[in-house]
Structure formats: structure tokens, C-alpha cells
Design a protein around this ligand. Structure first.
Ligand SMILES: [Zn+2]
Length: 286
């Protein structure tokens, strides 16, 4: 792997404006005095404070993700990338691989990208939509999860965590994907209920993360602030209902606002969920 070469090739997906605004966003968080740490590091040492947990759910654009990884690497920042097995968006194949005969076949591109991400010092995790994968393949969630973890680990890519994907399948079944795991419960929702779809029946809150060698689910780590572009707008939500809505990332003051808010909270633990495909799309389309 040649990190220098790929780090200079930042414009493969993002244009100059996108690279510049992404750097500014990261700087705004660093200027608040936060130290970027990997999710697995925080999961192992949960008393960390003044930290930035930068995370990327790679829903569809792996090239954008690798570009983002290179930008972060050039700034000395490490982050966590969650990769999504195929099956969502009505398709049986994606950047990760394809589903054939009830199994996931991995693309060559996936392994190259995962190695590159790890080479930059980033963490790789699973973006979890395993209930839908189970429905498509006709095989149990736990088996599929075990297979994916084994595949990455056999190629020297350690996986210690997962982050739930918000698929239409999950919404339709009134479930959040993290509910496959023991202890990952939702207020007001029955623990251990079943999700029934076609002939498949999946018992929730039934998989022990420890048994799979996983140490965390991204939504179940404590935080004070959450920056996110996952809804239709960019938000920074904080303690006691505090929320910065409709953040416009083309305005200088907005970056300063982010810094000021984070700086004003002693020892802030801030998660930042940035979707690579959203970022690539955003400025191209205004
Ligand atoms: Zn997602």
C-alpha cells in the first residue's frame, strides 16, 4: 500500500470546495480541544473525556469513504468506518459484495479499501442491516454475522464494533437493527420480541456481543454531543435538549458556533456521524 500516493489523490471524489469544508469542520471540532479517538478505544476505556468520536456509515460510496479517510489521515485524525453488506436499497449487490446462493461474496475492492482504511490508522466496523440480510439469504442473523466477522479477521482486519443501519426494512418492521444484540434495548419496546418477515422469525436482543468478539454497538456508548448529517439536515444535539439545527457548512460563523458550543462544555464527548456519500452529494447539488 502506498499511503502517500493515495493521500495526494484527494480530488478523486471530492472537489476542492468539499475537501476544504470537510477540513474546516474537523478543525472546528479540534479547536474545541477534543482529541479524536477510535470507537474501539473509547469502548475499552469509557472514562475518556474531551474526545471526538468521528464515525462514517458507508451506505453506498466506498470511494468517497476512502477519500475522506485520506483527508483525515493528512490531518492526523483517526476515525471509524462502518461497512454495509449488500441487501439494502432493493439490490443484492453493492460495493461490499453480492449475495449469491444465500451467501455474501466479497468484492476485491472491499478488501483493498478495508486494508487502506486500517493502513491510515482508522478503525473498520460493520454497518448492521443483518435482519434484512437474513431475510434475503434465508439464514440466521447470528450465522451471517459470524461469517462476516470471520472473513475480515481472516484477512487481518480486526472488527470490534458495529453501528446500526437505518434501512427501510427495519423501519417497516418497527425495529432498529441494533436490537439484535443483548442489552441493546429501546425504551417502550418489548425485550426479546420477534421480528417476523415472510418465513423468517428473528428473536431480538438475543445475540451476545462478547461471544462474537465484539466490544460495543456505536449507539450505546455515552456521549454529550452528537453531530450528524443523517437526517435531512445537519444538527449538533447536546445535553438538556440543546440543539443546533440546520447547520450550513458554507458559513464561517457556523464552524465557530460548533467550536464555541463544544468548548463551553467541560470534558465534552462528541460523536460526529458523517456520511461520505452525503458529503459528496451535498456541495455538488448545493
Ligand atoms: Zn446507514
Amino acid at each position: 500500500m502506498n499511503i502517500t500516493n493515495s493521500a495526494t489523490n484527494l480530488d478523486a471524489v471530492f472537489n476542492d470546495g468539499q475537501v476544504a469544508s470537510y477540513r474546516r469542520l474537523l478543525r472546528a471540532m479540534l479547536e474545541a480541544g477534543l482529541t479524536p479517538v477510535l470507537y474501539r478505544e473509547y469502548a475499552a476505556k469509557r472514562d475518556m473525556r474531551s474526545i471526538l468520536l468521528l464515525r462514517h456509515d458507508v451506505d453506498s460510496d466506498l470511494d468517497a469513504a476512502v477519500n475522506m479517510a485520506a483527508i483525515e489521515f493528512s490531518m492526523g485524525i483517526r476515525s471509524t468506518y462502518y461497512l454495509l453488506p449488500p441487501g439494502d436499497y432493493g439490490r443484492r449487490s453493492n460495493y461490499y459484495g453480492r449475495i449469491v446462493l444465500g451467501k455474501v461474496w466479497h468484492s476485491r475492492k472491499l478488501l483493498a479499501a478495508a486494508r487502506q482504511l486500517v493502513g491510515y490508522g482508522h478503525e473498520v466496523g460493520l454497518h448492521n442491516d443483518f435482519m434484512q440480510l437474513s431475510r434475503i439469504t434465508g439464514r440466521p442473523v447470528a450465522t451471517l454475522l459470524r461469517e462476516e466477522l470471520a472473513w475480515f479477521r481472516s484477512h487481518g482486519i480486526p472488527i470490534l464494533g458495529s453501528a446500526s443501519h437505518g434501512s427501510e426494512f427495519a423501519k417497516k418492521n418497527s425495529v432498529v437493527n441494533y436490537e439484535i444484540f443483548k442489552g441493546c434495548e429501546r425504551r417502550g419496546q418489548e425485550v426479546g420480541r420477534y421480528v417476523v418477515d415472510d418465513a423468517r422469525k428473528t428473536k431480538l436482543h438475543n445475540i451476545d456481543m462478547n461471544e462474537l468478539g465484539l466490544s460495543y454497538e456505536a449507539y450505546f456508548l455515552s456521549r454529550d454531543f452528537a453531530y450528524s448529517d443523517s437526517s435531512k439536515q445537519v444538527t449538533l444535539a447536546g445535553p438538556k435538549g440543546y440543539k443546533l439545527n440546520n447547520i450550513t457548512l458554507s458559513v464561517d460563523e457556523e464552524f465557530q458556533n460548533i467550536t464555541d458550543v463544544l468548548k463551553g462544555f467541560k470534558g465534552a464527548r462528541c460523536t460526529a456521524l458523517v456520511h461520505p456519500n452525503w458529503w459528496a452529494f451535498r456541495q455538488r447539488n448545493g
